[in-house]
Design a protein around this ligand. Structure first.
Ligand SMILES: [Ca+2]
Ligand SMILES: [Ca+2]
Ligand SMILES: [Ca+2]
Length: 283
């Protein structure tokens, strides 16, 4: 619930993307100006937020940054989400369990393309996207074949270059291996209408996911994106969000989002040189 992104910025969303030589860094303090974003499917803007899906049946969306970013360099990304107005179908296979509202959203890294879109409902908008890794914030307990622990979990999902899958176990028929690299159960209800903070940190070999508590990761997964996925030039991919609803639904809103490459020492020197050059030119 803390706003770790700090001081209130101007209302206009700010996108600062330097050339790849200097890394990529941007902050959307809100989404009044969605410059640089590709909204696909049912994604929309509502009250200066990125509304991945609204509280209606059978929605599916993706939102990608227009240009690939160098993820393999390492990055940190932070966002706030809020899930509201849950409703629709209530599951009948786990009586007494409060699980209405669906299906959740993901932060996804993919090199399938700038218009990639997965399946709705249990697919959370990432099911089927090849060459992807998704961190799902899953708010619906799908039937037992999905091996889901409940209707409120966070998981890291990838099948490498193959189409991604939302299950948390291998296919019984051998069609796919277990896509789950890690899974955690938050002790707070992600759909309760609160604004939650998320931070995701990656360095080659380790991906950390923080939820609500930004000092201790809820999930740490051993993964090297450059080995797991076919990245562009071995380094770059599209990043963004996916989401869906099914017979049950809720608003999935991203309130703000920031991203930054972890600069390499040589890049820091280059940035220093560029800033000096800029200050000289402006005199
Ligand atoms: Ca739910
Ligand atoms: Ca799941
Ligand atoms: Ca689910």
């Amino acid at each position: 619930m803390r706003n770790t992104l700090g001081r209130p910025f101007a209302a206009i969303a700010l996108l600062c993307a330097a050339s790849s030589a200097f890394g990529t860094s941007f902050t959307f303090t809100d989404f009044s100006n969605p410059f640089g974003l590709n909204l696909i499917g049912d994604a929309s803007l509502a009250a200066n937020r990125l509304r991945l899906t609204e509280a209606e049946e059978n929605q599916v969306s993706a939102v990608w940054l227009n240009d690939r970013v160098d993820v393999q360099n390492g990055f940190t990304t932070s966002f706030q989400f809020q899930i509201t107005d849950r409703g629709g179908y209530i599951p009948d296979w786990e009586p007494g369990v409060f699980n209405n509202g669906a299906d959740g959203f993901t932060f996804t890294i993919q090199n399938a393309g700038p218009s990639a879109l997965g399946l709705y409902a249990s697919g959370i908008g990432y099911y089927g996207i090849p060459n992807s890794l998704s961190i799902e914030f899953d708010t619906w307990h799908n039937k037992p074949s999905y091996c889901e622990p409940n209707g409120n979990h966070i998981a890291v999902q990838s099948l490498g270059a193959n189409g991604n899958q939302p299950e948390h176990c291998a296919d019984a028929g051998g069609a796919f291996a277990n896509p789950t690299l890690g899974i955690a159960i938050p002790n707070k209800d992600m759909s309760n209408g609160a604004i939650y903070d998320v931070m995701i940190n990656y360095l080659p070999g380790a991906l950390e996911v923080y939820f609500d508590n930004l000092s201790t990761p809820i999930l740490t997964v051993a993964v090297d994106l450059g080995q797991k996925l076919n990245l562009e030039n071995g380094r770059s991919a599209f990043i963004g969000f996916t989401s869906s609803t099914g017979g049950a639904f809720e608003n999935h809103d991203i309130v703000q989002w920031s991203y930054s490459d972890v600069p390499e020492p040589s890049t820091l020197v280059l940035i220093g040189g560029a800033l000096i050059a800029l200050s000289v030119r402006r005199r």
